[in-house]
Write a protein that binds this ligand. Structure first.
Ligand code: SF4
Ligand code: FES
Length: 252
């Protein structure tokens, strides 16, 4: 039998701007369907706040299907909430019970300053990508078809697994050192495993690691918490691969 509609108490982080002091505010919502998504529940809260003449809660979202990585929320102390291998937008209210209190906070990390309420600035990840997360291809018209270069299935699969990282930042938010190693290692690995990535391999790993450090992300804590909370199951073996790439580049 499906669950009844729910009444919930929400403890939500409210912060007016990057340099403002934030605090938890408590709200009540009712008549929440267990079949609605977590973000739909947040939409209901915001409609209620607007109807009461109050400011709605700012939060980031775009695709609402686990692809864009923007719905960064810390729910009851867990990045993306209680579900495993899912983003906040894929989380449904059936994971909660009538009468529950849910605490909702933004990612908290030096590299991800709060813009407002639950919305954080994740452009540090964009700058890390700009530093080396690409391959340079001559597009003069004589470009070789990518499929003309044979790649063994094992490497192709591992590269594809690494490429599923959506840049959500849950790894950073979960790590006690706010390390971005899992994210950066996925972005290094997706190229390190392919022949097309070899040409710029040395500069790539050096430049991406340099930018990661410049953005204020901490050292790897070696606890593996990032892997557990990653919605895409990015493996810690990517961090080992990035460390090897870094050593090979002469920076070890
Ligand atoms: S490694 Fe996982 S948790 Fe980290 S940014 Fe990529 S998808 Fe998100
Ligand atoms: S809104 Fe795109 S991954 Fe959640």
């Amino acid at each position: 039998m499906s669950k009844e509609r729910m009444k919930l108490k929400l403890k939500v982080w409210r912060q007016n701007g990057p340099n403002e002091k934030g605090k938890i505010e408590t709200y009540k919502v009712s008549d929440i369907s267990p079949d609605s998504s977590f973000l739909e529940m947040m939409d209901i809260l915001n409609e209620q706040l607007i109807n009461e003449g109050k400011e709605p809660v700012e939060f980031d979202h775009d695709c609402r299907e686990g692809i864009c990585g923007s719905c960064s929320m810390f729910i009851n102390g867990e990045a993306h909430g209680p579900g495993k291998r899912m983003t906040t937008c894929q989380l449904h209210m059936r994971k909660f019970n009538d009468g529950d209190t849910i605490t909702i906070e933004p990612w908290k990390a030096k590299g991800f300053p709060v813009i407002k309420d639950l919305m954080v600035d994740r452009t540090a990840f964009d700058r890390i990508m700009s530093a080396g997360g690409f391959i340079s291809v001559n597009t003069s018209g004589n470009t070789q078809d990518a499929n003309a270069i044979p790649i063994n299935k094992h490497d192709a699969d591992k590269a594809m697994d690494a490429a599923t990282c959506i840049g959500c930042g849950a790894c950073v938010a979960t790590c006690k050192n706010a390390s971005a190693m899992l994210f950066v290692s996925a972005k290094v690995s997706q190229f390190a495993l392919l022949p097309q990535g070899q040409v710029e391999a040395v500069e790539r790993v050096q430049n991406m690691v340099k930018q990661m450090d410049k953005e204020g992300f901490g050292n790897c804590s070696n606890t593996g918490a990032c892997e557990v909370e990653c919605p895409k199951g990015i493996s810690l073996e990517n961090i080992a691969r990035m460390n090897r790439e870094y050593l090979k580049s002469g920076m070890g």
